[in-house]
Design a protein. Sequence first.
Lengths: 364, 306
Amino acid sequence: MARISAEPITSPPPAARGGLGRLLRERRRTSGWGGLLYVLPAFALLVLFELWPIIFSIWISLWRWDVKPLNFIGLDNFTRLFGEGMITRDFKGNLIPGEALNSLIVTVYYVIGTVPITLALAFVLAYMLFRGVRGESFLRTLYFLPHVTSSVAITLVFAWIFNPRVGIANALFDWIGFPTQTWLQDPSPALKNLLSYIGLGGILDGLPDWASGPSVALTVVMIFSIWSSLGFAIIVYLSGLTSIPRDLSDAARLDGATEWTVMRTIIWPLISPTTFFLLVISTINAFQAFNPIYTLTRSSGLGRSEAGGPLDTTLTITVYIFRNFYERANSVGYAAAVSLLLFVILLGLTLLQFRAVGKRVHYQ
Amino acid sequence: MLSLAQRRTSTSPARVPVGSRRSRIILTVILIAGAMVTIFPFIWMILGSLKTMQEGMRFPPTFLPETWDWSNYKEAWQGPPGTLGRYLKNTVIIGVVGTGIQLFVCSLAAYAFAMLPIKGRETLFAVVLATMMVPGEITLIPNFVTIRSLPFLGGNDWLGQGGTGLYDTYAGIILPGVVGAFNIFMLRQAFLQIPKDLWEAAQIDGSGSWRYLWQIVLPLSLPALITVGIFGLVGRWNGLLWPLVITRGEDLRPIQLAMIYFQGEYTTDNGLIMAASVMATLPVVVIFLLMQKQFIEGIGSTGLKG
């Protein structure tokens, strides 16, 4: 990512060659207006459908808006978002996170639960593939397949695998002697359940459920996400590994360095630009994930075929935006306000990653 | 693993299996086990598509179907309104037209950013790259409104009022996602790798930039184009949110929305859903398998490694 700079590769045209006609042609070609024509279609579309929406969102967020604008309400949507959306009271009068804050917490669980595991697994598998085994390209294809097919169809397979009554996941749990689960219908925190199962129940008991990590339902969604994004990270890592010069690691091995030392002190630092690239891309993607969460949890929300349940424990910020935009009446303006919040968070996060990690990345 | 490859010398060529026999076997076993877990859902999908409804509801589930029941495919094909064929046709139209326009428009831009002198090129390119940070969710709502109120289209007047614009049309489904900054970036990386001597030689021969693009740059960048094209096709094949909100009925909806329809209508007949899933997944898998050599090659040349 850091190599993004528009280095011109054209050298100044050899002016002395050829006659006047050629000279004029050269001038026309290098004057800069012809090149602009090539850029124009893409640029216009990007401005209309990627940049204009930011400004337009701000406008929409100031309205009570259904399919059409209803009435101008100023900052009311933001007051709602940062008021009851953040902190609210439950029926007993205790302060609890509001809908919007809850969706942020769920999103953070989702990002932390998927990105590091995906990258770590991908690096290990890519390194093993890179070290050379028979049938490397065949295995690589198998690992990449989920990325090509991460669609509704395959989430339905996952929904069946994790079906509480007839799923093979429960058959497996039954077979090895674990209690069967209700998976996508289970709003209780997975970590708490696990700890109490192995007899360490006391540790997280003081915490309310929303603060005790992802629910069982969200964990199933995360398993799907890791499964479907692993192949892409492996391919990118493999492509990075092949471009590392071999002389350093070969020399180290000749000097008697163990394979572990070679990996830790030579390969890992040299692959850090790839890791950084994947970290930025995967974090952004995870924050924006929608399809698997929507299809796996549809009909587990409050309304008919609403996504985000059980008990909103899979309601990530994107599903929350969708719920307000598409499934609730008159809330398009509020949805736009939430999407602006997501945009600001993503922008801040990306800049932070560039500052914090970018400096320590080793570029060849 | 620690003693792996200690005996290796620097003269050994790349990608030759190295290390002791035992560590190589361990590596292979781990990788095969991981691959089996990875493709298990596909196997389960295919096996499930051949089970009868009763067998699909049994616990514990059978692994292989007791009777190989092919009727699920016929029934799933006829399940959604207008048959699954209509959704597949819509997907192919959206995928082929969308990806075609995408490759054309992005190639032009990438070519100019890589090779042509433009006034303010750095600034323009920075603006293009900045759009990568705009999340899909923020564009969803405004683009919905924009598509509905494009002037002179779908009964709209010049102010974009009165009609529905490109709402519920193929163009409306295709248009907003047709250009991606990332695609321009990837193609530009590939174009930059073409030796600039070629460009100088072409200029001496009097070849204009348009001809140079079509005769030299694009043919030499075929793997990168295939990579971007496959990403585009797969993205459109798997598109869900935008086609859902920008269409009214089932008429123009692509394949993933047929699956949403199945999920809603046939909640208990897993065999049927699996048969539909196979039909919705197979085409894109076949395309990938046919193109994968160029695809992997393209990943290397598009700078997709940081």
